[in-house]
Design a protein. Structure first.
Length: 467
């Protein structure tokens, strides 16, 4: 028989067990392993990641270093261990990283050039992403998910981006925005109907942006006209630049049920692709991340019932703001993966290519530039994973998410550009991957909040400390 086990049990990852209910569920999976004569991976048997904590139930919270103990106590986190290295990985995180690396090299790398040239995602690859468990990373096991942490989600996004940032962002948006929203705000009916599909087979889209609503996202014009008894709503409007739209089966649509209330009328709806009146419009011919579709989504009198509302009427603003904070950390993970991927493609060539009788990489001028790039990338990694671990600890990450996205996108662009420059003429050709990383990187300073918007957020939050 084929037994689908969550990654939390197979040893590829272990989710932080916040209560004994989750621990008991894992014990049931262990019993299933024994019943079917399947061996428990030794990494999980010996791992210190799962250990009893009698105050919190079962726990594997990872420590982080940049947040003062006072702040942790004020937020009521109740964590005893702080001060550990942000980039020190648990056995499960190391195992997960290796698994994603292997998947990316075997399944994605052979398809990268063709998908980029055709600007089209390989459907077989999408199915493989679901089969690998990468499309329901934090989703509960009862809904077909892998029950991992947000930090582990970032590891998956980073590793995929080292090979193809386009595939990375498909996984990123689906997990950090849509799965997160359904998991937190979805009703049991919505989770059973949609979340299980999203974790196992159906791609999703986050439909917020419009022609007049980019950085000012809540100036959206799409409306949801309620019926007299509010049992149904009619969606009217056009969404723009919607990632995953060409392949998505499920759309999270933000529309205003009462424009006179401004942003307080914005409401989130779940809409099926086959809903009458929903159509996919123009597909953008993009500079980079070309395998990730970006299209118009047209809502021409799409009727949905009240059960399609996520959370409550008028909660759309809160849902979008909160989810975008998480999404920005995910984009940070994509950017550091992209930067590392560009370096991985470039560094061997710099030691092979000789000028004046010596490898290019051995000249002092080059060594200084290489050292600078790696130092800045390490700093970006610290920002991204500190924010991720804080998110796992239940802390407010609005400021840290802005730091991570702003800096990682800046450094990734700088490194991708340098990699072409260091490689000389070959770096400017499509025979080598450096030029693709350079094309892919620019979007990092645009989507899920431009760099200027991140600066504005950082400035606003820091100003509060001095008023």
């Amino acid at each position: 028989m084929v037994l689908r086990l969550p990654l939390a049990v197979t040893g590829l990852a272990t989710r932080p067990f916040n209560n004994l209910t989750t621990a008991n569920a894992t014990n049931r999976w262990m019993s299933t392993l024994i019943h079917h004569n399947l061996s428990l991976p030794s990494a999980l048997k010996s791992s210190t990641a799962c250990r009893p904590n009698y105050e919190r139930g079962w726990s594997m919270w990872r420590p982080f270093c940049s947040t003062p103990i006072k702040e942790i106590e004020e937020q009521g986190i109740g964590m005893k261990s702080v001060g550990g290295p942000v980039l020190a990985w648990s056995e499960d995180e190391v195992m997960l990283r290796g698994t994603v690396q292997k998947f990316a090299h075997q399944n994605i790398k052979p398809l990268v050039s063709e998908m980029d040239e055709k600007a089209k995602l390989d459907k077989t690859l999408l199915a493989q992403l679901f089969e690998a468990g990468f499309m329901g990373i934090e989703v509960a096991g009862k809904y077909g998910g892998s029950e991992m942490t947000f930090t582990q989600t970032c590891i998956v996004i980073e590793e995929l981006a080292k090979i193809d940032p386009a595939i990375s962002v498909i996984v990123d948006i689906h997990n950090t925005l849509n799965n997160h929203i359904l998991s937190k705000y979805g009703s049991e009916f919505q989770k059973e109907r949609y979340l299980y599909r999203m974790a196992t087979q159906s791609l999703s889209s986050f439909c917020l942006s419009e022609p007049s609503a980019g950085s000012d996202a809540f100036a959206l014009k799409t409306v949801a006209v309620p019926s007299h008894d509010k049992k149904t709503y009619t969606l009217k409007g056009t969404k723009m630049w919607i990632s995953n739209a060409a392949e998505a089966d499920i759309f999270l649509v933000f529309a205003n049920v009462n424009p006179t209330l401004g942003y307080k009328g914005i409401t989130a709806f779940i809409v099926d692709r086959n809903s009458p009146g929903l159509s996919i419009g123009k597909k953008e011919n993009k500079l980079g991340i070309r395998a990730s579709s970006c299209c118009e989504v047209v809502l021409d009198n799409v009727q949905v019932d009240a059960h399609a509302i996520l959370g409550k009427e008028g909660m759309g603003y809160k849902i979008a703001i909160e989810s975008l904070n998480e999404g920005r950390i995910g984009i940070g993970a994509q950017m550091i993966g992209l930067a590392q991927g560009a370096l991985n493609a470039t560094m061997p060539y710099l030691f092979e290519r000789k000028q004046f009788g010596h490898p290019v990489a051995t000249f002092q001028g080059m060594q200084f530039q290489i050292a600078q790039a790696h130092t800045e990338l390490e700093a970006a990694k610290l920002l991204v994973y500190n924010a991720a671990r804080m998110k796992d600890a239940g802390m407010d990450v609005q400021l840290q998410a802005a730091y991570a996205k702003l800096y990682s996108s800046q450094i990734a662009e700088k490194i991708a550009s340098k990699c072409i420059e260091w490689s000389g003429g070959v770096g400017f050709t499509k025979e080598f991957p450096m030029e693709k990383f350079f094309r892919d990187v620019k979007i990092g300073q645009i989507y899920e909040g431009t760099s200027n918007m991140q600066l504005q957020t950082i400035g606003r939050l820091l100003s509060r400390e001095f008023k």
